[in-house]
Ligand binder design. Structure first.
Ligand code: HEM
Length: 422
């Protein structure tokens, strides 16, 4: 299904909804347009109508309101049709904490939350440094002057190794997951292509579960399988919740961190004076990470939420019960009411760097502390090892990912060192 072919869950609207560009070619221009229409505006997300909310104050209110749910099965009349024809069906059909509401959400989140305790995350810091060292060693061995894709050499392999380790994904299964997870975030796929990708994802997850049932380890997959199998009555975790929780952890862990590393490196290489301030210790690496998360958040729009009851907006308009709501995080992060006239500038020295890159409220990203450790470590060690690193193409030639959700580049060519002179 393509946007022009059909639209459903239609809200009576005085003006046609703004059609979001599935190719994500010029997101910030699109986000300016959304903000220009006020705190919330009707948009078309690959054929589904939703209220895009770009005002950070209203967005935070909605994200913490019991009148807003992520459970499409329970709270979206369009669910039945969407799972048949919408390319983003998986985003609303999965059964895990991401789409759960109320007590179900707490139950599902509690099962994995211990893995993200301070103790466990702190224990991973050293492992992250070791992984980055190995990746940088491999890059160091490349010929000087060669242009390499930093996404392939660092941005992807780091989070894949970290999540792979956390989840106990055998090394030989990791590359397949990368390709399939890319597909989950690719909003240029047709409904058929997307359904085929989903089928492949589930096949791989079933294989992973079977592997781990036979050969459990000290990892989250084995822990979740035990939770599932120990409760014979299935009250702890159903089989589909088990599968979908694994899918969530693997996909959330793989895709987002990649793009933050990509965007941070891009910004620092195009703002050398800010990179110099980091290198001299005048600024901290986490300043660069937080500003990247604000300026180019890994998730631009987060599908999807639904009104459990009518919601009156501050301007008197009503989000009707059952209507869809899109959290437009990237548009909110650059809202001038929040970050003033300089909201569109990348500035690691800005005093207020607040952002919504990890969401807000009960669904706030569980992996945020881990992601921050990964990105800070990657940046600090990369720029330390390769002080002469530069972009391999002009920044204007970098191509954005074909996604209205993910925010990164198709490739990030860099030269780690100039070619050796004879
Ligand atoms: C910089 C990297 C990351 C970014 C920008 C990010 C962003 C987000 C966002 C925007 C959400 C959705 C919030 C909402 O419902 O609106 C989310 C949820 C989630 N993230 Fe992350 N994430 C990152 C890394 C990770 C990592 C590394 C993991 C785990 C290994 C992870 C696990 C999760 C989980 C489990 C949820 C669902 C929480 C819930 O629904 O209760 N994330 N993340």
């Amino acid at each position: 299904m393509r946007t022009s072919e059909r639209t459903f869950t239609v809200t009576p609207s005085p003006t046609p909804p703004i059609v979001l560009d599935p190719t994500g070619a010029d997101p910030h221009e699109e986000h300016r347009r959304l903000r220009a229409h006020g705190s919330a505006v009707l948009v078309d997300v690959l054929g589904v109508q939703a209220w895009s909310v770009s005002d950070p104050v209203l967005l935070k209110e909605l994200l913490t309101s019991a009148k807003v749910s992520k459970d499409a099965r329970a709270h979206w009349p369009g669910f039945g049709e969407a799972v048949q024809v919408w390319p983003l069906a998986l985003w609303v059909a999965v059964e895990n904490m991401f789409t759960a509401y109320g007590a179900d959400h707490s139950r599902l989140r509690r099962m994995v939350a211990p893995t993200f305790s301070h103790r466990r995350i702190a224990a991973l810091t050293e492992a992250v440094e070791e992984i980055v060292t190995t990746l940088l060693d491999a890059m160091d061995a490349l010929p000087a002057g060669e242009t390499v894709d930093l996404r392939d050499h660092l941005a992807y392999p780091l989070p894949i190794a970290v999540v792979g380790h956390l989840m106990g994904v055998p090394a030989e299964q990791r590359a397949d997951f990368r390709r399939m997870v890319d597909g989950v975030f690719d909003t240029t796929l047709t409904a058929d292509q997307s359904a085929a990708n989903t089928a492949e994802v589930y096949k791989a997850l079933d294989f992973l579960i079977a592997t781990k049932r036979t050969d459990p380890g000290d990892d989250m997959t084995s822990l979740l399988i035990a939770a599932r199998d120990d409760e014979g009555d299935g009250t702890a975790l159903s089989e589909s919740e088990l599968r979908d929780t694994l899918l969530l952890m693997i996909s959330a862990g793989y895709e987002t961190t990649v793009n933050v590393i990509d965007q941070a490196v891009t910004q620092l290489l195009t703002h050398p004076e800010q990179l110099a301030a980091l290198r001299s210790g005048q600024r901290q690496w986490n300043d660069a990470v937080e500003e990247t998360l604000r300026f180019e958040p890994a998730v631009k729009h987060l599908p999807m939420r639904f009104a459990v009851a009518d919601i009156e907006l501050p301007d008197g308009r009503i989000i009707g019960k059952g209507e869809a709501i899109l959290a437009s995080y990237a548009a909110a992060n650059r809202h001038p009411d929040w970050h003033g006239e300089s909201a569109d500038d990348f500035d690691i020295a800005r005093t207020k760097k607040d952002h919504l890159a990890f969401g807000f409220g009960v669904h706030f990203c569980l992996g945020a502390p881990l992601a921050r450790i990964e990105v800070v470590t990657a940046l600090r060690m990369l720029f330390d090892r390769f002080p002469q690193i530069e972009l391999g193409v002009p920044a204007s030639e970098l191509k954005r990912l074909g996604s209205l959700i993910s925010n990164g580049h198709q490739a990030l060519p860099v030269r780690l060192r100039p070619a050796a002179t004879a």
